[in-house]
Write a protein that binds this ligand. Structure first.
Ligand code: BGC
Ligand code: NOJ
Length: 798
């Protein structure tokens, strides 16, 4: 079992010791509006605000060799040419280490008595990456070495950048200073932004034209200038603009040289775009380089960034007897929640950054992972999302972060979407106590003049589902519910159309979803509780209506949604059951067990326990609970994309980590601690033993792990950007450790195996700071802590 790295919890880092990881293991930099993806070999790219429209570096997705493009430093030491991150030259190093930390990555390469350490981070308050490059001569003799930097610019729109070559190869423009290389393609016309790559001292040579730097037909691994020890001093006109500096350095024995590079993005006001005809206004770039361009300034910015993360993560800290749990809770799960919140599902090594923007349901769910960390940003996000809702309660399924406008190509019509707005808002108010958000005026479809309060949006959301029921009184599914691939109204036999956006059949449509039914009951109860808070003063008659709709739904589920041993998944367009023992395949699905279980539908009659037993019996495998079993073995036109995947992958029998927490929470609500814990450990990367098998980063959850029926069970995919982050956070913090935010305080109600004994949680909650020691004595129950600002230490026996 080959291992590629280990956790260094004291400094909150994952340390990679072998660069040839089974898949690029990446990190994210940035926490405001400038973001970078950086792999363990310095691959990746950055963008400002929007991964599609404001892409700064070019990246070759799924390229050959794997992970091509990034910020590369080349070193020539005598005849030896190498990179500190091993790639792209792949020259064997004497030592390699990559440390991914909170918002930074440090890569160290050593060869032949020369050590090169590059620290990458995005400073707060700066739209740039800072690279602190430290070269150390560890030998006994003086060394003359050369260092090249290299990045390749993207022509801003990451989509057309890969397609429209008849234009692109003629538009590229640059300017060259003595320390800064500028990329200004399209600045002459409608853009008021440019990018730059600067160093904190004048360079000895440069290149801005890719072919000059690499040489014709060469890859990043054989740049002709580097091997020749030169620079072409090329000025790009069209073709492919790049930026490369060269420094010729003399290093005394035992001495270090430190260079600071700043890779930045500038927006100028239209009236101050140019300093002379055709010449860009460079002042903001120079200021940005100035702001971080000495070792002392870079160190100070780095220290501030560390302080930011210490402060954030300090808001919830656990001490338990299980190091894997502490590591997940204290470091990586919270960190992943932040990244997922920032990116939604746009930019990762599985999402190109050009397809999906922010998802309506995705971003609402992401809130549950960060409301305790960055409540102000959660508040803004809720209002942004709500503004993409239609007046009839439907919603754009996705919106673009740059414009905050809904994406027309995807449109709406996903049956579950509206309910997630209630989910997100409830999570926010329970954490913050900020009921004033309900009074905020929010437009529909971003149309000025259509504003209604957020509370009205929630009412319309609820009604949208309540008023769109099928023949069994269950919610209509629309294009799909949470499971984007269960397309019951699509009937596609044309491979050239999308399963989700093709016109859905609505006439005579009866397809209904038990997942939405469970979601409706759970969120309906939450909504009624919210409406009943003194601060909301809702009309009691309306609250009763909500409760009655919930209760009717419970009855419908019990009458038409119970299969005898578990909850059905859906009724198809023709009114036939899906997820029933009567079906030949996919007799049972996970989503309805999770949601009806969390909604506690039929709990008194034992339905929830039975459904959870069935989930363990039929869905559980070594790596978690699969989505459906047995998986579909062929394409079924009536069901859509779900049956398009080979068995064991993605929505067809994969372990979709996002929905495992629903079952785990339902287990916890049913008081079944051992089952909850077992399921939790199976999907948590910290407990995974085999890094080679898992393939993707050992420090983050992935969307999907190949299930029991797959060709390679246990293989992870789609790491980082997944609702799994927020849902596992909610699961572990609120249901396993049992620290539940309530409108009036905290409720401590753990569901954790007895053998874990006692644990301590330090948690910030609004203006209060709690230091809770929880001793598990076996008596169970819960403990209520009314909210009171200030510090409180409590010992709680349960
Ligand atoms: C994937 C889903 C995803 C959807 C988004 C499908 O191909 O399997 O997980 O939600 O695309 O459009
Ligand atoms: C990923 C999507 O982002 C999410 O919205 C969806 O719920 C799941 N896939 C399941 O299909």
């Amino acid at each position: 079992m080959k291992q590629y790295g280990y956790f260094d919890d004291d400094v909150r880092e994952f340390v990679i010791t072998d660069p040839a990881t089974p898949w690029p293991w990446i990190n994210y930099l940035g926490c405001e509006d400038f973001f970078s993806l950086v792999s363990n070999t310095a691959g990746g790219y950055c963008f400002c605000k929007d991964a599609k429209f404001r892409r700064i570096l070019r990246y070759r997705y799924n390229g050959v060799p794997m992970d091509s493009g990034g910020r590369y430093y080349y070193i020539k030491d005598g005849d030896s040419v190498w990179n500190p991150g091993w790639k792209p030259c792949k020259t064997p190093l004497d030592r390699y280490e990559c440390r991914h930390g909170m918002g930074y990555t440090r890569i160290i390469g050593e060869k032949g008595g020369l050590r090169c350490e590059v620290l990458f981070f995005v400073p707060q308050g700066g739209r740039c990456e800072v690279h602190r490059v430290r070269l150390t001569n560890t030998g006994a003799a003086v060394k003359r070495v050369q260092l090249w930097s290299f990045v390749e610019w993207c022509l801003w729109n990451a989509s057309t950048d890969m397609e429209n070559f008849q234009r692109n190869l003629s538009t590229g423009e640059v300017e060259v200073g003595d320390r800064i290389l500028y990329h200004k393609t399209e600045y002459r016309e409608r853009r008021d932004h440019y990018a730059f790559f600067g160093a904190n001292r004048p360079f000895d040579g440069f290149d801005t034209d890719r072919e000059s730097f690499l040489g014709p037909y060469n890859g990043f691994d054989t740049p002709q200038q580097v091997f020749a020890g030169t620079s072409g001093n090329s000025v790009a006109h069209g073709w492919s603009p790049v930026a490369s500096h060269r420094f010729d350095l003399t290093l005394e024995a035992g001495k270090s040289e430190e260079l600071i590079f700043v890779l930045g993005y500038v927006e100028n006001p239209p009236e101050a775009k140019f300093s002379a005809p055709g010449i860009i206004n460079k002042a903001p770039a120079e200021e940005l380089l100035e702001a971080f361009g000495t070792p002392a300034k870079a160190d100070a910015a780095f220290a501030a960034l560390k302080g930011y993360w210490d402060g954030l993560l300090g808001r919830f800290q656990l001490e338990s007897a299980v190091p894997e749990l502490d590591r997940t809770v204290n470091i990586w799960n919270q960190y992943q929640c932040m990244v997922t919140f920032f990116m939604s599902r746009s930019a990762s090594y599985f999402e190109s950054g050009i397809g999906r923007g922010m998802g309506f349901r995705d971003s609402n769910q992401d809130l549950a992972g960060i409301v305790h960390l960055i409540p102000d940003r959660a508040r803004q996000r809720i209002l942004d999302i709500a503004a993409t809702q239609f007046p009839d309660g439907g919603c754009y399924h996705q919106y673009q972060p740059l414009t905050k406008r809904g994406n027309h190509d995807i449109g709406g019509g996903f049956g579950d979407d509206p309910l997630w707005l209630i989910f997100g808002t409830v999570a926010y108010i329970k954490e913050t106590g900020d009921f004033s958000i309900l009074e905020e005026k929010v437009p529909f479809d971003n149309q000025p003049g259509t504003e209604k309060t957020l509370l009205e949006h929630l009412k319309i959301s609820f009604a949208r589902v309540a008023d769109n029921l099928g023949p069994h009184g269950l919610p209509l599914i629309g294009r799909a519910d949470w499971n984007d691939c269960l397309n019951l109204n699509c009937f596609s036999d044309n491979p050239d159309e999308s399963f989700q956006t093709t016109e859905n059949k609505t006439e005579g449509s009866r397809a209904e979803s038990l997942m939405i039914a469970g979601l409706f009951v759970a969120e309906g109860k939450d909504f009624a509780e919210l409406l009943s808070q003194p601060a909301v003063s809702a009309d009691p008659a309306y609250v009763d209506e909500v409760r009655e709709a919930v209760s009717r739904m419970e009855t419908a589920v019990k009458q038409h949604g119970w299969d005898g041993e578990w909850f059905l998944r859906a009724y198809d367009y023709y009114g036939r059951k899906i997820g029933s023992s009567e079906n030949a395949e996919s007799k049972i699905f996970i989503e309805s067990q999770g949601w009806c279980g969390m909604a506690r539908i039929g709990a008194d009659e034992g339905l929830c326990d039975k459904a959870l037993d069935a989930a363990s019996k039929y869905l559980e495998c070594e790596y978690g609970l699969v989505l459906n079993a047995p998986a579909f073995s062929s394409y079924i036109k009536d069901y859509g994309e779900i049956s398009s995947y080979p068995q064991g992958y993605k929505e067809n029998g994969g372990i979709f980590c996002h929905n495992n927490p629903w079952v785990i929470i339902a287990e916890a609500m049913a008081g079944r601690a051992d089952d909850a814990w077992r399921h939790y450990c199976k999907i948590s990367p910290a407990f995974a033993k085999d890094q080679s098998l898992r393939k993707v980063e050992p420090y983050v959850f992935c969307q999907m792990v190949a299930g029991a029926e797959a060709a390679h069970p246990g293989e992870g995919k789609n790491s980082w950007l997944t609702g799994t982050a927020a849902w596992t956070w909610k699961t572990v913090s609120e249901f396993i450790l049992g620290i539940k935010p309530q409108y009036d305080g905290l409720l401590v109600e753990p569901c954790i195996p007895q053998h874990i004994g006692s644990y301590r949680v330090r948690r910030r909650f609004r203006e209060a700071e709690y230091d809770l020691t929880i001793r598990l004595t076996g008596k169970g129950g819960s403990f209520r802590i009314p909210y009171r600002p200030g510090f409180q230490a409590l010992e709680i026996e349960l």
